[in-house]
Write a protein that binds this ligand. Structure first.
Ligand SMILES: [Zn+2]
Length: 425
């Protein structure tokens, strides 16, 4: 009984405490990107109370005690979303993907990810969807650590280990080293195993199921992918497929996945199919200058042949982004930035948006891929991805005019708020 009254007293005082510390801000902004109208609105005000956006409009009344934040030289957008990250892996361009796993233990990968997560938030990403190569559920541990306030980072939507065919994504391993595949992937053995893998992942806390269709000699058969999708959907969980060439893209679409990651060189007919079936595309393509910098950062000389190859690779990627938008496919921002950079990873991740801009030359369309569209793909559109009443206060301000000077302004982050808390100002 004593304990019960103590608990009651504690909860009352906690309630008073949280009410007392609930901050109110009135943000005055020059330009606001409205991700639902897909347009820019001038001279807006945003009233934030606690974790939520209370009101958006012009000439709002300033509540007593509210702090006014002057963003009148800025463009404001919903907190950005990167729907394809791997914060627990770094690959040097001179090494195969699995090197990180051989060199670094779970602790080192996690501690390194602490800095990477912070860099994403500071670059303006308030949500990331981390799609595997994260050991055995280290992504889930990070998500919890951020949620508990033990470290600073974006909200995380996590997949846990990628469901994959026998190779995972580690090719050419010596047979005595193949054990590492099971340290990083969940290899699917057959249809029943596919069902069990999805159930295990969901029970452990995966928010999304990521499946690698296969880039090696072995690919996942249709029946297994169908079972993955059917099981995940029965629990209300989305499935997104790493698919890098038409045969496996088509198979993933037939199986009923919610999204395609990469989709390099995807055929027009498949884009049409995606538009019809309302399946999103995450074109993880970087921009040419960024790739050149990556080669330099990785002390990797580039041959003239590679340079030409790179040029056509980027151009092909841009064409696909342009076509996908024109055909009405929902394009979603995803950087897939896990390569070693000398600049912070969060900042490096933005070069994907540069590429989308080169492709469509429309700042609103590009921002939509990283806000509303990405929120839908990540299953967080019920509370973020748009700045409007009752949404979570995930807000970013860029110094300058994103509509007029997209590529430069994108890197000038002046203010970051996640769930009503300010991280950059
Ligand atoms: Zn990836």
């Amino acid at each position: 009984m004593k304990f019960l009254s103590l608990m009651l007293a504690l909860s009352v005082s906690l309630l008073l405490h949280s009410q007392g510390t609930e901050k109110t801000y009135l943000l005055k902004v020059a330009k606001l990107y409205d991700s639902e109208k897909n347009s820019f609105l001038k001279n807006q005000e945003i009233l934030v109370k606690g974790k939520k956006i209370e009101k958006v409009g012009t000439n709002l009344t300033k509540p007593e005690g509210a702090e006014v934040i002057n963003l009148q030289s800025c463009t404001v957008t919903p907190g950005l979303i990167d729907a394809h990250t791997h914060v627990l892996t770094i690959q040097k361009m001179t090494d195969p993907l699995e090197t990180d796993l051989f060199v670094n233990g779970d602790m080192e990968r996690t501690l390194r990810a602490v800095g990477i997560c912070k860099s994403f938030l500071e670059a303006g990403f308030t949500t990331i969807r981390d799609l595997g190569n994260s050991g055995q559920f280290l992504d889930l541990n990070l998500k919890r650590a951020i949620g508990n306030g033990w470290m600073i980072g974006p909200r995380m939507v996590v997949s846990g280990p990628i469901l994959s065919p026998e190779d995972g994504q580690f090719f050419n391993l010596a047979s005595h080293n193949r054990f590492v595949i099971d340290k990083e992937y969940r290899v699917i053995k057959n249809v029943e195993d596919a069902r069990q893998a999805v159930k295990d992942h969901i029970s452990k806390g995966a928010d999304v199921i990521k499946v690698v269709m296969g880039d090696g000699r072995i690919t996942l058969p249709l029946e297994e992918v169908k079972m993955i999708v059917e099981t995940a959907h029965s629990f209300g969980i989305k499935v997104t497929a790493h698919a890098t060439y038409d045969a496996v893209i088509d198979r993933a679409l037939e199986a009923g996945v919610d999204g395609i990651e990469h989709g390099y060189g995807i055929a027009d007919s498949l884009l049409d199919k995606m538009a019809r079936k309302k399946i999103y595309l995450v074109p993880t393509i970087g921009d040419y200058d960024a790739y050149i910098r990556l080669f330099a950062d990785n002390e990797r000389k580039i041959t003239p042949d590679e340079l030409n190859g790179l040029r056509s690779y980027v151009a092909a990627g841009e064409t696909i982004v342009k076509k996908a938008i024109e055909k009405g496919v929902m394009v979603v921002n995803g950087s897939d930035m896990y390569l070693f950079n000398k600049i912070p990873q969060g900042q490096a991740a933005k070069n994907t948006l540069d590429t989308y801009f080169e492709a469509c030359n429309n700042p609103a369309d590009v921002l939509k891929t990283a806000t509303k569209n990405a929120a839908i793909a990540c299953g967080v559109d019920g509370f973020t991805g748009v700045i409007k009443e009752n949404m979570t206060a995930d807000i970013v301000a860029f110094e300058g005019d994103l509509e007029k000077d997209f590529k430069k302004t994108l890197y000038k982050v002046k203010f970051v708020m996640k769930e009503g808390q300010i991280y950059v100002r």
